[in-house]
Design a protein around this ligand. Sequence first.
Ligand SMILES: NC(=[NH2+])NCCC[C@H](N)C(=O)O
Ligand SMILES: [Mn+2]
Ligand SMILES: [Mn+2]
Length: 326
Amino acid sequence: MTLPSTIASRFLTNPNQLGVVAVGFNGGQYKKGVEAAPMALIESGLLTQLRDDLDYDVQHDDTVHYYEKDIPAEDQDPEHRGMKKPRAVSAVTERLSSQVYNYAKDGKFVLTLGGDHSIAIGTISGTAKAIRERLGREMAVIWVDAHADINIPETSDSGNIHGMPMAFLTRLAREDRRDIFGWLHDEHIVSTRKLVYIGLRDVDRGEKKILRDNGIKAFSMHDIDRHGIGRVVDMALAHIGNDVPIHLSFDVDALDPQWAPSTGTPVRGGLTLREGDFICECVHETGNLVAMDLVEVNPSLESVGAAETIRAGCSLVRSALGDTLL
Ligand SMILES: NC(=[NH2+])NCCC[C@H](N)C(=O)O
Ligand SMILES: [Mn+2]
Ligand SMILES: [Mn+2]
């Protein structure tokens, strides 16, 4: 049985209204299939559960956005500073940013179903802008992931932009060309002091230096083994402070491949599903959560594990939205 639940967030004016954006985008990396995740999550009943079991007023345009019209032809989108498909990712995230902003400016919770993790450039910039305008405050980001996704173009070995979103969102990476993230303005930006990572275990050399040089708070799997998930979540939330709006960006590859095998860059030694759900539950309990992304579910990569991964993704979202709390 589930008790009626709302996002008791003091930062939302419509805490019961859930704006959902389904983003079928895969251009931040090179494996096909991640664009099918939003449809798979919805078909498995996620939105119905949020509506019927958790009593949310789910607002969704019944569309998975593929942004075909916004994406330039591949020969019009050559590499720039080693980044692959930079104009495509920029155009899609710019559109997404305003979609997210439009829900968030009305004080609604925004749930975005990706898509690869490059889409966070759109989601986080959209909520950050709305929170600034509405409340005159800075927002915090909790990034749950095996990866830090904070490469600047010059430190990335892959050139895949899904490994770079946090660098653009904090201005550690910068571009002035409008068609390559030049649309990101001060109101879209997140402070490195308000960013905290949980679950890291595959961080590139250059990224480690970026984290260190900027004093960014990060809890790796080593920290979770040492302190336990309970204390790690407490420390992460303490770092943010208890009166700060939170955007939760959850990469399903934070979970161990045992629970979420169907993802583009799986890394062994990850969170159990229960630990992932626990993080989401604790973030919900703060009453400060204003938006969530679920990304990198790729239903086409594992014939057997796809259903498992989709189920895990649904569970994470429900947990962040108040399920299972008595
Ligand atoms: N969102 C993700 N799954 N990111 C994986 C990034 C992997 C690697 N660090 C890269 O820059 O390419
Ligand atoms: Mn990842
Ligand atoms: Mn990621």
